[in-house]
Write a protein that binds this ligand. Structure first.
Ligand code: SP5
Ligand code: ZN
Length: 365
């Protein structure tokens, strides 16, 4: 399949997304360089611009949707964590300039007692963050907060009849109401979905093609029968992040029963298995009557990506884009993972191709 031009596609971006500099990921106790780097933004943006996409800034708008999805405590911590850390001595002693947790108040630790309101930054660092890979630094809040605004803007554009892609960074699909991790802080895709719900008429589908299960998005909508969450990802049971969630028997709860669909793939799965799974997700979204679509567009299932063992090709992503486009409803696409800088732009562009060109891809409502 030749490269499709992206003329007319709305790409919502902001320079603040490059100011999040996690600096590292602490993995099994070791400080590693990390793969969720600021250079990801330019790699994607430059490719999309070269193919004719229109760059747009975020719209004016408030945080009411963001605040309905995340707890006040998580938001307040993320907004102030870098300053509170810098006000301590951590950078000199023991030599840690980023917010990194070391203790986690799990349910097993608390044994049913309430979580105390604590003040020490090194204690608070594990209150809302559930892993050691998701570091907070001076530009983190600004970038995460702006990314949520990009996702909101893409949803507004989609509801108005124009397919839109939000170049979010940091990504968001691992962030739940009161817990963040997996290189994610605020759930951009959930913001897009809830924005669409408020602007539009019917149910919304969030279809997540990132190589990892979007446990945060799943958790946020698990009980709801107005937002369907469907995900294809590498089998967490085979040893892949987020490890504890993303299994096929997680199907939704209460009113949300049947409104969650996980399709885990074995290590090494390629285009055929991936596209079969995307087809299943789209079919369920159609059956549930989705009137809007949010795509959690991670491209880390690609063969060259360092963060997953899946082997999807660039033509595979183009075909996935076509399957998603065929749902034929207003669509906002939100960037999630994807870490192989040389191929990142082309993989995203391939997926977006089917959404470009037409005046009203996905159609106005
Ligand atoms: C948004 C997104 O894709 N988040 C996924 C984060 C998963 N990170 C797991 C990291 C596990 C250890 N990485 C070691 C690098 C091996 N190449
Ligand atoms: Zn991922």
């Amino acid at each position: 399949m030749p490269d499709l031009p992206l003329n007319g596609l709305a790409v919502v971006t902001d320079p603040a997304t490059e100011r999040h500099r996690p600096g590292a990921e602490v993995w099994v106790g070791v400080r590693t360089p990390g793969t969720e780097v600021p250079e990801r933004v330019a790699a994607i943006r430059d490719t999309l611009v070269a193919r004719g996409a229109d760059l747009l800034p975020p719209s004016d708008g408030d945080d009411s949707v963001l605040r309905s999805l995340h707890s006040p405590g998580l938001l307040a911590w993320l907004e102030t964590a870098a300053d509170r850390w810098a006000a301590g001595t951590y950078a000199e002693d023991p030599g840690q300039d980023r917010v990194v947790p070391y203790v986690f108040p799990t349910e097993g630790m608390l044994g049913g007692l309430p979580v105390r309101e604590v003040a020490a930054p090194h204690a608070l660092a594990g209150r809302y963050c559930y892993d050691t890979m998701t570091l907070v630094g001076p530009g983190t809040w600004e970038a995460a907060h702006r990314s949520a605004a990009l996702a909101r803007t893409a949803a507004e554009l989609a509801a108005g009849g124009r397919a839109a892609y939000a170049l979010c960074r940091p990504p968001g699909h691992h962030a739940a109401r009161e817990a963040f991790g997996g290189s994610c802080y605020l759930n951009n895709a959930a913001v897009a979905a809830e924005t669409m719900r408020r602007l539009g008429g019917g149910p919304v589908a969030v279809l997540d093609v990132d190589a990892h299960h979007g446990n945060g998005t799943q958790a946020l909508f698990y009980d709801r029968d107005d937002v369907f969450y469907g995900s294809v990802h590498v089998d967490p049971g085979a040893g892949w992040f987020p490890h504890y969630l993303g299994f096929a028997d997680e199907t939704g709860r209460g009113a949300g029963r049947g409104w969650n669909l996980n399709v885990p793939l074995p290590e090494g799965a390629g285009d055929d298995a991936f596209l079969g799974a995307v087809d299943q997700l789209v079919a369920r979204a159609r059956r549930l009557g989705a009137q809007g679509l949010v795509v959690s567009l991670g491209v880390d299932a690609a063969a060259d990506d360092p963060e997953s063992p899946l082997r999807v090709t660039e033509p595979g992503y183009a075909a996935a884009g076509a399957l998603l486009r065929a749902l034929d409803v207003p669509t906002a696409l939100v960037q999630e993972g994807g870490y192989h800088l040389p191929t990142l732009g082309p993989l995203v562009a391939a997926t977006l191709g089917p959404f470009a060109g037409a005046v009203s891809p996905g159609g106005a409502r």
